[in-house]
Design a protein around this ligand. Structure first.
Ligand code: UD1
Ligand code: UDP
Length: 428
């Protein structure tokens, strides 16, 4: 039992679990906070995969997922059930991540109970309320409710400032997805239980060029998903490629992919992969076709060109850096741009430059600093991609500070966050 604030971390889906487990580990290791985890289980198997990898046993499991769930019924059930947890647990603060129904409805529940909300991955905006749908609206709603906004990039921090949120409430932290990715790579390298499956993917694809594809966005359901599936068939007509497709279990996606792609000799339809396995697949792939938010952030970090199966993105940093290209769901466009990457070595090499505009692996540490009101950590400057950023988002070319970044002192105590130590070796 700690004397610090009681913090409830709410998690619903796979990407929330991936991007919050590094924060949960640090919170749980801190003597200055009492932490409970509530999973709505908006996702079930895909969430459980990450919880198992991250060794997180939630204090509250609402087990809400229903097959083919509608947005309105899911939202209503989360609002009611998370409210019941808030009444019982009586936290001082609630943390939500991203832009899912869980994040939005849990923030609303906290607001109705007058409990302050911290938003991890705040400030992403596509500028189009209908794309991604309903996520763009979810993020804006959370932005209005939260009193602490953890922006992953200076651009996201700026977007929040332009919406009138005061600077003192915005912390530019980097994206915790990089912290998670480094943890996964460390596991792959060191833990035999999660041994490197790259070899298994290599056996699957042989010497062919490997394309890794994921697709699940609601605004792409129907014609968009069909068009992506048809593009994959056309690309797989080449006998020098093999396409790996971990299929999202949403029936709106899986029915179309199974119906159109099943049995193709150069397309492997796979179940959702464990996070570490997905990272191995990403490592093995030559290029990535995806409409996923998280994958758009991870692939550039591993130097994999990304074709984004969307018309716009709230993560333009990778596009600006030249490692991602928006191709939408138009079949000819997907095929043309994929063939160009496969056939034009200069173009491929230009996009495959390892570059990571999304974080330096210390985002969770900065978030902890802000949560515990430790300015030495939350204001820690950071640099990546050759640019040195100050926490308020301004760029600076002075050299990055040196020192032991794994530990910090608060109130005279050394806070030792085991997981960070464990994957320190994998840091850039
Ligand atoms: C949700 C989020 C989306 C996020 C995505 C990550 C919303 C509105 N959408 O979309 O922002 O990018 O998660 O993947 O919050 N299913 C299973 N098992 C699982 C997970 C899902 O069977 O472990 C099936 C169920 O039939 C479920 C359906 O997928 O009803 C849809 O799940 P849901 O969370 O509503 O939407 P996603 O498309 O996964
Ligand atoms: N991912 C995974 N297994 C898979 C596919 C993806 O673990 O089979 C991971 C991926 O590494 C990324 C996250 O899931 O971190 C992205 O989740 P998703 O695409 O479902 O959601 P989004 O990021 O679009 O919200």
């Amino acid at each position: 039992m700690s004397g610090g604030p009681k913090i409830l971390v709410v998690i619903g889906t796979r990407p929330e679990a991936i991007k919050l487990f590094p924060v949960v580990h640090l919170l749980r290791a801190s003597p200055h906070a009492e932490t409970e985890v509530c999973v709505t289980a908006q996702h079930r198997e895909m969430l459980d995969q990450v919880l198992a990898f991250a060794d997180i046993v939630p204090e509250h499991d609402l087990d809400l997922m229903q097959s083919g769930q509608s947005l309105e019924s899911l939202s209503a059930r989360i609002l009611l059930e998370v409210s019941a947890v808030l009444r019982k647990a009586r936290p001082d603060r609630v943390i939500v991540q991203g832009d899912t129904t869980t994040a939005m409805a849990s923030a609303l529940a906290a607001f109705y109970h007058r409990i302050p909300v911290s938003h991890v991955e705040a400030g992403l905006r596509s500028g189009d309320l209908l794309s991604p749908w309903p996520e763009e609206a979810n993020r804006k709603i959370i932005g209005q409710i939260a009193d602490q906004h953890f922006a992953p990039t200076p651009r996201a921090a700026k977007a929040l400032g332009l919406e009138g949120i005061s600077r003192g409430r915005i912390f530019t932290t980097g994206n915790t997805v990089v912290d998670a990715l480094l943890a996964a790579r460390r596991k792959i390298a060191t833990d035999p239980r999660w041994g490197n499956r790259k070899a298994a993917f290599a056996t699957m694809t042989g010497s062919r060029r490997t394309i890794l594809t994921t697709c699940h966005r609601r605004e792409n359901f129907g014609q968009g998903v069909e068009s992506v599936a048809d593009a994959l068939t056309e690309i797989a007509a080449r006998d020098d490629v093999h396409i790996l497709v971990p299929v999202h279990p949403n029936p709106n996606v899986s029915d179309i992919f199974r119906g159109r792609l099943h049995g193709h000799p150069r397309i492997s339809l796979l179940p959702p992969l464990d996070y570490v396995d997905f990272v191995s697949a990403l490592d093995h792939a030559d290029l990535v076709l995806t409409d996923s938010g998280g994958v758009q952030e991870e692939a550039p970090a591993l130097g994999k060109p990304v074709l984004v199966l969307r018309d716009n993105t709230e993560r333009p940093e990778a596009v600006e850096a030249g490692t991602a290209l928006l191709v939408g769901t138009d079949r000819p466009m997907i095929v043309e741009q994929t063939n160009r990457l496969l056939d034009d070595e200069t173009h491929y090499n230009a996009m495959a430059t390892a570059h990571n505009p999304f974080g330096d692996g210390f985002a969770s540490e900065r978030i902890l600093g802000a949560l515990l009101n430790d300015r030495r950590v939350s204001n820690r400057e950071y640099s990546w991609a050759g640019v040195h950023w100050t926490p308020n988002g301004s760029a600076d070319s002075s050299p990055r500070p040196q020192g032991d970044r794994r530990r910090y002192q608060r109130g005279g105590d050394v806070v030792d966050h085991g997981w960070l130590d464990e994957y320190q070796g994998a840091r850039p």
